[in-house]
Design a protein around this ligand. Sequence first.
Ligand code: GLN
Length: 482
Amino acid sequence: MNIASLSIDQITSGLRERSFSARELAEQALAFAQAENPATNAYLHFCPERALAAAEAVDSAIAQGQDPGPLAGVPMAVKDVILVKGVKNTCASKLLANYIAPYDATAVARLEQAGAVIIGKANCDEFAMGSSNENSAFGAVRNPVDLERVPGGSSGGSAAVVAQGTAVASLGSDTGGSIRQPASFCGVVGVTPTYGRVSRYGLTAFASSLDHIGPFARSVRDAARVLEAIAGRDKADSTSAFAPVDDYLAAMDGNVRGMKVGLPKEYFTHLDSESGDLIHRGVEALAKLGCEVREISLPHTDYAISTYYIICTAEASSNLARYDGVRYTSRSADPESLTDMYRSTRGDGFGAECKRRIMLGTYVLSAGYYDAYYIKAQRVRALISRDFSNAFQAVDAIVAPVSPFAAFKLGEKLDDPMQMYLSDIFTITGSLAGIPCMSVPCGRTAQGLPVGMQILTNHFQETTMFRLADAFERIGGPAAVI
Ligand code: GLN
């Protein structure tokens, strides 16, 4: 068996037919991942004991004739901001370098209930802040497609492990694009579900009103299977939704005839021509499948970057206040006073991007600026959401680029935070609206760099999103119209 090419269906049927055991698969995945890791730095740590225990539980369920679950034996990685009990959760920050998770995130517990085998924690930008994975205190991740390039961020490690084939699927988190953009850069599928579809319990908070957990996988089918396992109401997260979880797989019949697809005209002006051409070819393929494609408008798109970077920094400045040297973190040695302890713990522990956001967020929340920035941003957020609700009265799904360009070189944008922020233009709108969105591979540039196509649907319409993405994948993406 070759982990780098196995699908979830192949794993579960291989286990049932006794072609291999879950333990054999876990051992092979761990050995493969550890051998590959020096090239990409995609994993921060491995958890072999936990992985082998989960694999043995699957094997014994099979031996006893029980159902081992829909993700039985599937080797997975989890972004290092999502708690896996007894395993380090560093958030790629020096501040939490030795922090061990005291409990499981709900998504992690549900993965294991479904039979998944978690082999390690994936590298990311510090506290999920960034678009290139270069803000990790433990070194950047290299894109397996081209080792001189970034994998995207902030869930760069989660995308890279799936692209390199050391995990069959992974979990990431998305606040403003951190699942879709790395999925696009690494050529894999990445899904940001509706806000509240997956419990945030055990996800280290960055910007709570925008944070989502979602899957990465090599196919739309696999991603849908993982989402199905982790979605649903959780009483430990009051923002998790009561809406029942649909049977995503059942809806993927390849038939999208008559589906109304909108192309937002504002999304095709700020991107490089090669990415634009690939997306247009993808759209032509959808039209050939029988989709009715029409132009739409999302008029407040231009305000999205400023709105997002006010709201997310405001929430981050509050969420990160808990790392004070009293709890969670190691305390700086021999502080002279309480204030000195706070100052030195936070000053030494946080990297530059986190400090920048804490300062920005504190500023926009301060008396006198609160109304001018924070309240105004909340109002604009409502307008951006309304743009989407209006659009979804006329179309079933929206198709757009994920990023203005393909993966850039390591270091290329590191000294210019503004350029880095601007690259999030096409992903943060969906996050602000809380709607489901995903990136599905849509071909490669002349240099061989992957480009993802974004599909967005209305709240809780994951089924429509998956149906369209799967139909596109079945015909081989843009290859079908070349
Ligand atoms: N790139 C965006 C940021 O830096 C999004 C990050 C995310 O989704 N976690 O905030």
